[in-house]
Design a protein around this ligand. Structure first.
Ligand code: NAI
Length: 247
């Protein structure tokens, strides 16, 4: 019960890594605001959680790339729970294409969700954390944000920016006892990766010294650790959870 009495917001909470994270946070005693823009997936996920007798959560339909919407929903969450202790900025998308074929819309849309969405959510949550002089912010970058990846100009840029924001916020918010860190998943078996061609998945798997893709739970466990008191002196760090796909 490492997160007992903590209130956590998890964005993208009905996706692959998001679901594993919500489940682990609930098992560790947290109360969770599950945020996602896919209303149907949220509804199905909430039903599933109740069958597992995990009930300390509320769901919120939210597009993280809409500032008005983020302001409204974060205010609602703060009023409902009285505090926000943990923010996991996990929502993210891909729209892959090689540089010469990528449209301006593809480039901008991925940055709006993966980068601007993280900025909006964090900016709205941080005043609540400053008021209580404690908090944990965990951002989600990617092995592609650290090393780049074929066909991912937009995604790699959006995730590299997340590392820049993580390190900047660590410098700005440390004096308020707010830890800011990032997790960089490698290739993890979720709907995001399952839409890649089988041949690409097979090639990626061969590059991983541990010999397998990541499981959503591998990433969820890293989020739990960084959200817990055990990580109180870890700050401004990007934790690679990737089976050492690139060393
Ligand atoms: P996923 O596609 O299974 O889940 C993403 C979730 O984010 C979905 O539930 C989706 O509805 C939600 N979402 C998308 N746009 C949104 C928006 N505008 N507002 C609110 N919610 C939105 O993807 P997965 O794999 O679970 O990814 C989670 C995070 O991990 C993402 O940030 C992704 O970039 C990152 N990541 C994933 C890797 C992988 O191999 N699966 C590798 C590296 C990073």
């Amino acid at each position: 019960m490492r997160l007992q009495q903590k209130v956590a917001i998890i964005t993208g909470g009905s996706g692959g890594i998001g679901q594993a994270t919500v489940r682990r946070f609930l098992q560790e005693g947290a109360t969770v605001a599950i945020v996602d823009y896919d209303e149907q997936a949220l509804h199905q996920w909430a039903t599933q959680l109740r069958t597992e007798h995990l009930e300390s959560f509320e769901t919120y339909v939210l597009d993280v790339s809409s500032l008005d919407h983020v302001q409204k929903v974060i205010t609602q969450i703060a009023e409902r729970f009285g505090t926000i202790d943990i923010l996991v900025n996990n929502a993210g998308i891909t729209q892959d294409a090689q540089l010469t074929k990528m449209t301006a819309e593809q480039f901008q849309h991925v940055l709006e969700v993966n980068t601007t969405g993280v900025f909006y959510c964090t900016q709205q949550v941080v005043p609540h954390m400053i008021a209580q002089q404690s908090g944990k912010i965990i951002n989600t970058t990617s092995v592609s944000g650290v090393h780049g990846n074929f066909g991912q100009t937009n995604y790699a840029a959006s995730k590299a920016a997340v590392i820049g924001m993580t390190e900047t916020w660590a410098k700005e918010l440390g004096r308020h006892n707010i830890n800011v860190n990032a997790v960089a998943p490698g290739f993890t078996l979720t709907p995001m990766v399952k839409k890649m061609p089988d041949a690409v998945i097979e090639k990626m798997t061969k590059m991983i010294p541990l010999g397998r893709l990541g499981k959503p739970e591998d990433i969820a466990n890293a989020y739990v650790f960084l959200a817990s008191d055990e990580a109180n002196y870890i700050h401004g760090h990007t934790l690679h959870v990737d089976g050492a796909i690139i060393m």
